[in-house]
Ligand binder design. Structure first.
Ligand code: SAH
Ligand code: DHB
Ligand code: MG
Length: 232
């Protein structure tokens, strides 16, 4: 019995296509969202469709009514998450780039989720304290996907905006395996490493992380649940 040939990024992408064709309904709205984003010059660093649906399913499994997202881009992941909300649900998404915000707002209207979504323009390290000061939250689910060097600080803010049972998900915690390298000079990798270490050391959460391969290459998600009242 010969072992199968090693897989390649091309094959990961083909398998992603296989699952997307099989399990995701055709979605002209989300197709239009990605086309509008690309035509506006946004980088194609949104989650993959099957990852977007994973976020959506996790939000539904958790019966999330309130969601906070860090890093909107063109709103692709936002729309997947917003579609998991009940009609009276609410999603706040934080974005620093005014152009990304403008494209995202048009995409929210296009996708019919405008009334559920509130986009706050500004650096997340400035808008997060505002959310706390306004008494926003606690959120049922928090998705961290903005600039990677600030992930450790975002995690601390996420805890401030959490309750017992809040689910915290972070994208891009593997970075093609570069996360293994303690000597990495890449600030994104160091951000992910410090974030992962913080998850490990934080007694208020129970966490795991999963590598993913697919149309977005080799990366991964960390998933945590807050297991202690974070205000304690
Ligand atoms: N969640 C999106 C992808 C986000 S890409 C999706 O999957 O569809 C990361 C986004 O974070 C970019 O739009 C970038 O402009 C934004 N960003 C970068 N630094 C930021 C900061 N300091 N505060 C808020 N957003 C930031
Ligand atoms: C990249 C990918 C992401 O999912 C993200 O949120 C930011 C950047 C990237 O591949 O550069
Ligand atoms: Mg990401």
């Amino acid at each position: 019995m010969t072992s199968p040939a090693p897989t390649s990024p091309e094959q990961w992408t083909a398998v992603d296509r296989y699952f997307c064709d099989l399990l995701l309904a055709p979605d002209p709205t989300l197709d239009a969202v990605l086309i509008a984003s690309s035509e506006s010059g946004l980088p194609a660093i949104n989650v993959a469709p099957n990852q977007g649906k994973l976020l959506h399913l996790l939000a539904r499994i958790h019966r999330a009514r309130t969601i906070l997202e860090l890093g909107t881009l063109g709103g692709y992941s936002t729309i997947w998450l917003a579609r998991a909300l009940p009609a009276d649900g609410h999603l706040i998404t934080l974005e620093a780039d005014p152009k990304h915000a403008e494209v995202a707002r048009a995409n929210f209207a296009r996708a019919g989720v405008k009334s559920l979504v509130e986009l706050r323009l500004g650096k997340a390290l400035e808008t997060l304290p505002q959310l706390v000061a306004e008494g926003c939250g606690p959120f049922d689910l928090i998705f961290i996907d903005a600039d990677k060097p600030n992930y450790p600080e975002y995690f601390q803010w996420a805890l401030k905006l959490s309750r017992m049972g809040t689910v915290i998900i972070a994208d891009n915690v593997v970075r093609k395996g570069a996360v293994l390298d303690p000597a990495s000079t890449d600030a994104n990798v160091q951000g992910a490493r410090r974030f992962n270490e913080m998850l490990a050391a934080e007694p208020r959460v129970s966490a795991t992380a999963i590598q993913t391969v697919g149309s977005k290459g080799h990366d991964g998600f960390a998933i945590a649940i807050v297991v202690v009242d974070p205000k304690r």
